[in-house]
Every structure is written in structure tokens, then in C-alpha cells.
Design a protein around this ligand. Structure first.
Ligand SMILES: C[S@@+](CC[C@H](N)C(=O)[O-])C[C@H]1O[C@@H](n2cnc3c(N)ncnc32)[C@H](O)[C@@H]1O
Length: 365
């Protein structure tokens, strides 16, 4: 292993030549465009980090609820360092997301329209949930850090929170129609994260009850706090278990009441070593809850050739795909593979709804 290169050990760039090559490039329209593109990438990365930090500290809710606010009062109310907050807000003002009027600050129309669940969810998921991994890709690439080491660990709370914010936009409305359409009122949500889907469904239907299972203690602690805050703790319970390894420690009478089982964005995680892991978990779910309605969502993998010739408006589908092998998770699978996996596991496919590149699969266990 002595030939493994450490940080900075590769040959230095010839900056004399690079400076000249860059000047030549900047003399052309294409070269100038490429330079602007490169600089904007970094500008936007810094903006994304700043927005994530602010939103993670309560500024998302605060700036939407307070049309005009005093910076010092905001720091005090949110319990934040006033000096640091000042410079982050100054940055937002420079990017046209905040404006000052009569000594008070407020979101601009652009800042307000940027502050919504789809953006917040995407920031929470990637900047928060996978920030350590994305910030350490060079270490991973060089082999200084090993996949799965603590330095690269994902933040369960942020992944769960980001995922539930995104689900609030299209997935929850679809599931909230599906359950009553099939006469189901007791949902077991496997890989529930911070419990957002269960809580939204329980707020829509006051007769809905549910159990959420997840292996992240961090995400479940947040789920329990949120259930208390929404006064739903009497209808929703949260149980920690690693599906596929631990027995589901749900009381028998509760399990008997379960009439629908969901697994949102989770099944692909068992496909790390091929289809066998997914089939094993599907088999266990079917054996424990025969006859119940089974709902799961999975994202479609991107078609990179199509994407490069016909660029989509965002590369979220590519980002989602890329994070999976880097973080040691199973890859998102195409629709026909999910359909044949269900068939192999003896689960009857009832319906598939496509919400853009998200597949909502409905089956009977
Ligand atoms: C992408 S998140 C989705 C969260 C939630 N279902 C949603 O749609 O908002 C995947 C969740 O599955 C959980 N998870 C992954 N593998 C698991 C396992 N073997 N047992 C229990 N939970 C698991 C993770 O902790 C994470 O909260």
C-alpha cells in the first residue's frame, strides 16, 4: 500500500502554462461562457450551504412567518450568533433573496418563492443528509476514507426530514387518496424516517392510525417529537428495528390491525448485493402481513445518454442516483425490474402510478 498517494502528492500543475491556456480560452466566447459556468457552480454551492444552514436553524419558518424582521431580534428569537447571522443574511441580500426596507429585512418575492418544500427537502437531503460524504469525496476517491466509515456517515435526521418534505408535495396526496379508495385505515410504514408521511396522512384522516419502523434512532426521536407537537402520539407509534435483520417488534394485536404496509424509498436499500436481499425482505413482509395492501415508492434510474443530449431542467434524478453507490446503498431500479421482483415474491401488482420519475407501486401481499 506504500504507493497509495496522499493528499497533495500528485505532480503540481504547470501554472505558467495553465495561466496562458486560460487567458487564451477567455478570449473566446465559448471560453468566457465556460468560466462563468464554473464560477457560478461555486457561487451556487456557497449559496446552497448558506441557505441550508439558515433553514436548519429555523430561518425557513421565521422568514416566511415574519414579512419584515429586525436582524438582532431574529438572532435572539432563533438563539443564533448575531455576527454570523449578519454575514449570512448579507449574502442572501446580495443574491437578491432578501431586501432591506426602513432598517428591517424581509424575503424578496424571489426569496419567498424559493422557500418551499421541494427546495427545502432537496437541501435537507443532500446538503444536510449527505453533506459529510459529498464534502469528502476526494478522501473517498484516494482511499484515505473507506466507504461506510464514521466521517462519511449520513445524517439520518436530515435524510428523513428531506425525504418527508419532498414526499409532502406529490407522494402524500397520492397515498392519501389510495388508502380510502381501498378502505384502509391502519398503516405500517417501514423505513418511516422522521414519520412525516404518517403524520400528514393522520392529519388528513382523523381515523387513520399507524406504526412507523426505522433503524435510525435519530430520525425516530424527531418523529416522536413531531407526533407530540401535532398531538398525534395517541394514534401513531414509532418502533426502532433494522428490517431484514431484527424481528419486527410490533405487538401482535397492533400487527393484527395493520391493513396496509408501505415502504417509501427504502426497498432499493436491500439491493446492495443484488436482487436476493430485496426478495428476502419482500418475502418476510408478505409472510407477516398476508393480504394487506402494499404501497412503495422508488425512483427510476436516469438515462444518462438521453440526459446529455436532451438536458432536463434539473439533474435531481442524476443526483439521486449518484448518491446511492457512493453511500453504499442499493441502486434505484427500473420499473420492469420492480414488477418482476414483485411477481417473484408472490405479491400481486395492483397498480403503478408514475409521478414524474417517481414510481408509486401498489400491490397486494
Ligand atoms: C430515503 S429514507 C425515506 C424515509 C421515508 N420513508 C420517506 O419517504 O420520507 C429511507 C429510510 O429508510 C430507513 N432504512 C433503511 N434501511 C433500513 C432498514 N434495514 N431497517 C429500517 N429502516 C431502514 C432509513 O433509516 C431512512 O430513514
Amino acid at each position: 500500500m506504500s504507493d497509495v498517494r496522499q493528499q497533495g502528492e500528485h505532480a503540481p500543475a504547470d501554472l505558467l502554462a495553465e495561466g496562458e491556456r486560460t487567458r487564451q480560452s477567455l478570449r473566446t466566447v465559448e471560453g468566457t461562457r465556460a468560466a462563468v459556468e464554473g464560477l457560478r457552480l461555486v457561487n451556487d454551492t456557497i449559496l446552497a450551504q448558506i441557505l441550508f444552514a439558515l433553514w436548519d436553524c429555523g430561518f425557513y419558518e421565521y422568514s416566511l412567518a415574519n414579512e419584515r424582521f429586525d436582524e438582532k431580534v431574529a438572532a435572539e428569537t432563533l438563539g443564533l450568533d448575531a455576527g454570523i447571522l449578519h454575514w449570512l443574511l448579507h449574502h442572501l441580500a446580495g443574491r437578491g433573496l432578501l431586501e432591506e426596507q426602513d432598517g428591517k429585512l424581509g424575503l424578496t418575492a424571489r426569496g419567498r418563492s424559493l422557500s418551499h418544500a421541494m427546495n427545502r427537502g432537496t437541501f435537507d437531503l443532500y446538503v444536510g443528509g449527505y453533506g459529510a460524504l459529498l464534502g469528502n469525496l476526494a478522501g473517498l476517491l484516494r482511499g484515505d476514507l473507506r466507504p461506510g466509515c464514521p466521517e462519511l456517515a449520513r445524517s439520518g435526521r436530515h435524510v428523513g426530514q428531506g425525504s418527508e418534505e419532498l414526499a409532502a408535495v406529490r407522494v402524500v396526496p397520492a397515498v392519501s387518496k389510495l388508502l380510502p379508495a381501498h378502505g384502509r385505515r391502519y398503516l405500517l410504514d417501514l423505513g418511516c424516517g422522521t414519520g412525516g408521511m404518517l403524520m400528514q396522512l393522520a392529519r388528513i384522516d382523523e381515523d387513520l392510525r399507524g406504526v412507523g419502523v426505522d433503524m435510525s434512532a435519530d430520525a425516530l426521536a424527531q418523529a416522536r417529537r413531531n407526533a407530540e407537537a401535532w398531538k398525534l402520539a395517541d394514534r401513531l407509534q414509532f418502533v426502532r428495528a433494522e428490517i431484514g435483520r431484527d424481528a419486527l417488534s410490533i405487538e401482535e394485536d397492533t400487527a393484527a390491525n395493520v391493513d396496509a404496509v408501505s415502504a417509501m424509498y427504502m426497498l432499493h436499500e436491500f439491493g446492495r448485493d443484488g436482487h436476493a436481499g430485496i426478495l428476502k425482505v419482500l418475502g418476510e413482509i408478505r409472510e407477516r402481513f398476508p393480504g394487506r395492501l402494499f404501497i412503495f415508492t422508488e425512483c427510476l434510474p436516469p438515462d444518462t445518454a438521453e440526459m446529455s443530449t436532451n438536458p432536463p431542467s434539473t439533474f435531481s434524478q442524476l443526483d439521486y442516483f449518484t448518491i446511492h453507490p457512493l453511500s453504499g446503498q442499493g441502486l434505484p431500479l427500473p420499473r420492469d425490474e420492480w414488477e418482476s421482483l414483485l411477481e417473484e415474491a408472490g405479491i400481486k401488482l395492483v397498480d403503478v402510478k408514475m409521478l414524474g420519475w417517481i414510481g408509486l407501486y401498489v400491490g397486494e401481499l
